[in-house]
Design a protein around this ligand. Structure first.
Ligand code: NAD
Length: 338
């Protein structure tokens, strides 16, 4: 079976998911939408995607810009098995009824509330529970990062408590409007939404999160303190993580001292858009003191959810019954682990 995928919202995440889908042999893009004729709209057409207006009211904008559209989202949904909603945060909820009425399965991103969907997805954690589901949310970039490193500890050792600080990029690199550009902005609500969001995937994982926004665009950084149920060495923790390709070790001792060098490494890997799909953990920054574990990880916010979206499609349409087979296929197609 080849799953027909529509992308509603060809932006930061939408264009990456579209490209990743085209690399798979069991799914295909039937079209993408936008609301405005930005350069990304032209790129979508240049890339050979069938291009649709997200709504009839936007068609004149595209026509005025000389960009012809195949139709509207309604017509695109007629051709699709699943729509991957990549509209800005909280917009996806407005489309739920339209997707349902069209009889297509729907996938949302982490900017939507967890209760919009029956399942919040992470490939390593709940692929099997997602099989056959028709309405699923792929959790946010930060939540994906926390899930990837915390879940092996939770499952194999046990966690008494987690305290994680999210040092968040203030905007994506293309975005010249958002800030702050010269300030550090704490999120005054504690816990920040990230802890409860991790629990939307692993309900019993004890975690509190605090967040601050800093003037950088390239990555988020998490400092994480975990109280484990048993005393284990930092080496044992790293051995556990090394079994997961979507966790990549970097070393301060080899010159990777900041998020800047991680993104430079991503460029050197010569991946599309210099995406770092893996969560980068500093191997020489992992320490244990008794049962307390300390580590730092960096998240390429534009990229880490992309492989999760691909595995989510495979799970929903039961294209592979073994999660690891899907993960291996996705990782190979995106060059993850190389
Ligand atoms: P974006 O602003 O880069 O792209 C959104 C796209 O949706 C744009 O192409 C825009 O034209 C289109 N759009 C705007 N309003 C629309 C509407 N009403 N109907 C249809 N399309 C519309 O946003 P993004 O960063 O790609 O975020 C998309 C989702 O992914 C959000 O839920 C966000 O929280 C989540 N997410 C973003 C990141 C990130 O760092 N950028 C990381 C993980 C998850």
């Amino acid at each position: 079976m080849t799953v027909k995928v529509a992308i509603n919202g060809y932006g930061t995440i939408g264009k990456r998911v579209a490209d990743a889908v085209t690399l798979q042999d069991d799914m295909t893009i039937v079209g993408v939408t936008k609301t405005r004729p930005t350069y990304e709209a032209w790129r979508a057409v240049d890339n050979g995607f069938k291009f649709f207006a997200a709504d009839r009211e936007f068609i004149p904008r595209f026509e005025d810009a000389g960009l012809s559209v195949e139709g509207t989202l309604d017509e695109l949904l007629d051709e699709a098995d699943v729509v991957v909603d990549c509209t800005p945060g909280k917009h996806g909820a407005n489309y739920l009824e339209k997707y349902k009425a069209a009889g297509v399965s729907s996938m949302y991103q982490g900017g939507e509330k967890a209760d919009l969907c029956d399942v919040s997805f992470n490939a390593y954690i709940n692929y099997k529970e997602t099989m056959g589901q028709t309405n699923v949310r792929v959790v946010s970039c930060n939540t994906t990062g926390l899930c990837r490193t915390l879940y092996p500890l939770y499952r194999d050792v046990g966690i008494v408590n987690t305290i994680a600080t999210m040092i968040r990029r203030s905007a994506d690199p293309w975005d010249s409007k958002k800030g702050p550009i010269n300030a550090i902005e704490p999120v005054l609500k504690v816990p920040s939404h990230h802890g409860p969001d991790v629990q939307s995937v692993v309900p019993d994982l004890p975690i509190q999160t605090i967040a601050v926004k800093v003037p950088t665009t390239i990555m988020h950084l998490h400092t994480v303190t975990v109280e484990l149920k048993e005393e284990i060495s930092a080496e044992r923790v790293k051995e556990m993580w090394s079994e997961y390709r979507r966790i990549r070790f970097v070393e301060g001792g080899k010159g990777i001292k900041s998020t800047a060098q991680i993104m430079e490494l991503a460029k050197d890997l010569q991946r599309s858009r210099s995406d770092m799909f893996e969560i980068a953990v500093w191997s020489d920054g992992v320490f244990t003191v008794g049962k307390q574990l300390f580590y730092c990880q960096a998240i390429h916010q534009e990229a880490d959810v992309v492989p999760e979206n691909i595995d989510c499609i495979r799970a929903m349409f039961e294209l592979e019954s073994d999660p690891q087979v899907s993960i291996d296929k996705t990782d190979k197609s995106l060059g993850i682990g190389i």
